[in-house]
Design a protein around this ligand. Structure first.
Ligand code: ADP
Ligand code: ASP
Ligand code: MG
Length: 406
């Protein structure tokens, strides 16, 4: 008998028929003799719909109220699944974030989980029930509802699996595993049987939205085995796990893209110690994540500083940076949100040379201009014009021979 956490994403619970299909899978797992904790997302499109409503209500809707609003999407799906499970003759109970509780900090819209209570869920399991938990939401110290950032139900599931010391955390979605690149944009992407936490983390951070990055961080930290599976077939699956000796060290394991990028350039900044800190620190104080940063060589005591942020943060980031730019005597602030980031990831890169050169040559061959470059031990990312995203992904996928052999 095992304790299994199963998370179903938006497309898997998109309507009543699909929720009934989830109920069947949950019951099957339970009848195999396991304890089952289910974590659900909102119906696909629902979180976007709610966010658009907030945007219609006000130009800059209050973040606390936005979280109260968007968390309702998951409240609907968990209640519906519990209703269906009970109607099918099974004991089940839905839990909202505060009922678990999933305690978070108070950073609305991107809260971080601090602790997950296990008592209420364990009690339900002990009584033979199925616990159905709303993903994406938590509660802060002052009892405010918080949400964990887009895609946050993955993180809810892994956090619960860690807290309950579950045997496995299955992430059910609309693809049957993690692929060498997004199978929805590259026809010959290949499914990986296994991927290391580190590679998956870099892929997720670089935009492969199949898992939220924070969920992979938690899985790695608490050693939770995560399996990505399809809600619609029993075939396939990818195990996200620790590196073991038998695992093939691919030079490049995958290609990712991230359209959620905007570039801010502070032009002609005085090149003095402390200026970069003055520009970037207020952004982190506002919980705005700065991704890539480049600073040009200094010419006559001045330089340009360019960095990227998520598109949803661009208004706030521009406001903050423009104020500081004026104070430090920069000439102007330029914004470009017509960009995307493409990345190649692989643990084998550490020991292979020429990988970056091959990436740059491949993009150059297609006439794709590289605006920014960043590297880590196992990742190389380039910012390119947004219209080249799919082309860049496809040619890189081919160049590193990642596709299915035909
Ligand atoms: P869910 O609603 O189930 O959470 P998501 O839309 O968040 O699903 O994530 C699944 C999607 O991730 C897939 O439909 C696919 O388009 C995208 N994706 C991007 N990169 C990859 C990859 N390397 N492997 C698998 N899926 C990927
Ligand atoms: N419903 C939330 C979203 O759309 C959380 C999730 O699906 O993981 O981002
Ligand atoms: Mg998701």
């Amino acid at each position: 008998m095992a304790l299994v956490v199963q998370k179903y994403g938006g497309t898997s619970v998109g309507n009543i028929e699909k929720i009934a299909n989830v109920a069947k899978k949950v019951i099957r797992t339970k009848e195999e003799g396991n304890d089952v904790v289910v974590v659900l997302s909102a119906m696909s499109g629902e979180t976007d719909r709610l966010l658009q409503l907030a945007q219609k209500a006000a130009d800059e809707p209050d973040p606390r109220e936005c979280d109260s609003l968007v968390s309702t999407g998951e409240q609907i799906t968990v209640a519906l699944l519990a209703i269906i499970l009970k109607a099918m003759g099974h004991r089940a109970k839905s839990f909202l974030g505060f009922q678990v509780p999933v305690n978070t900090d108070n950073a609305f819209k991107k809260a971080r989980i601090l602790e997950v209570g296990t008592e209420a869920i364990r009690k339900e399991l002990q009584q033979g029930g199925i616990a159905v938990v709303a993903g994406f939401q938590g509660v802060d110290e002052e009892n405010n509802i918080t949400t964990l950032g887009r895609g946050g139900s993955d993180t809810s599931a892994v956090a619960l699996a860690a807290a309950l010391q579950a045997d496995v955390c299955d992430i059910y979605t609309d693809v049957d595993g993690v692929y060498t690149t997004d199978p929805n944009i590259c026809g010959n992407a290949r499914r990986l049987d296994r991927i290391t936490y580190d590679e998956m983390l870099e892929m997720a951070r670089a935009g492969a939205k199949v898992l939220q990055p924070r969920s992979v961080e938690l899985a790695k930290k608490y050693n939770v085995p995560v399996c990505v599976r399809s809600s619609f077939t029993d075939e396939g699956g990818t195990l996200v796990t620790r590196e073991d000796k038998d695992m093939e060290k691919e030079v490049v394991a995958g290609v990712t893209y991230d359209r959620d990028q905007a570039k801010i350039t502070v032009v002609h900044v005085p090149d003095r110690p402390g200026v970069a800190a003055r520009l970037i620190t207020p952004l982190s104080e506002h919980n705005i994540v700065v991704d890539m940063i480049i600073q040009n060589a200094s010419i006559l005591g001045h330089t340009d500083l360019t960095f990227t942020v998520s598109r949803k943060d661009i208004r706030e980031a521009t406001r903050i940076v423009s104020e500081v730019a004026k104070e430090v005597g920069a000439e102007k602030v330029e914004i470009d949100d017509n960009v995307a980031k493409v990345s190649i990831i692989g643990v084998g890169m550490i020991s292979h040379s020429g990988v970056a050169a091959k990436m740059f040559e491949t993009l150059a061959h297609e006439g794709i201009n590289i605006m920014m470059i960043s590297t880590s031990e196992i990742k190389i990312s380039c910012v390119v014009e947004a219209k080249y995203t799919e082309l860049a992904v496809t040619v890189l996928h081919d160049a590193f021979c990642l596709g299915e052999e035909s």
